[in-house]
Design a protein around this ligand. Structure first.
Ligand SMILES: [Zn+2]
Length: 181
């Protein structure tokens, strides 16, 4: 790739030709910077980040949330129709259960996207945000033990959401034939 060329690049900030300096943190390359102005040239993902990314959608969008919200409304309508006597009671119960499950998943997706978007906007690694949220949840459980059930439920729902989106992502990349690293 670099044969016959100088292994230098141009800094995005000061435009000088340079060889980026690697910044290493605990033996892992963190980022490369311009030796003249100190601006970040590129950032390297940690091994843990790469592992997480395989199971995460980095293309942030609320499309999944809107899909889930539509499912909630659909299930709610089924419940409504059955309460009016237009559908059988069993179908109505199914609709209500569906609305609850899809509603929880939609909330989890909304929470996930909000945290991810916030982290992206502030240029932070979202893993820290999740770590902080887990610590907050633990403190909350410690302070208000009655909420343990809700917290466990919330984590179960978040886990289900992550698994579903991971599987969806895997399926998408498979069908495109773009399985990278
Ligand atoms: Zn520079």
């Amino acid at each position: 790739m670099f044969s016959g060329h100088h292994a230098t690049v141009h800094c995005h900030e000061c435009n000088r030709a340079m060889v980026p300096r690697i910044v290493i943190c605990y033996g892992q390359p963190l980022k490369s910077i311009c030796p003249f102005c100190g601006c970040t040239f590129s950032t390297f993902e940690s091994g843990f980040g790469r592992l997480l990314r395989r199971f995460q959608t980095r293309r942030l969008s609320f499309s999944v949330f809107f899909g889930l919200a539509t499912a909630v409304i659909g299930c709610g309508l089924i419940g409504l129709l059955s309460s009016k006597g237009l559908l059988s009671t069993d179908t109505g119960h199914m609709g209500l259960h569906g609305a609850i499950i899809f509603g929880l998943l939609a909330l989890a997706e909304l929470a996930f996207q909000t945290v991810e978007q916030l982290a992206k906007k502030l240029d932070h690694e979202s893993n820290y945000y999740w770590a902080i949220l887990v610590v907050l949840a633990m403190i909350l459980i410690h302070q208000i033990p009655e909420w343990t059930g809700y917290m466990v439920l919330a984590f179960a729902v978040m886990l289900t959401r992550a698994l579903l989106s991971g599987l969806l992502q895997l399926f998408k990349t498979r069908s495109k034939g773009l399985v990278s690293n």
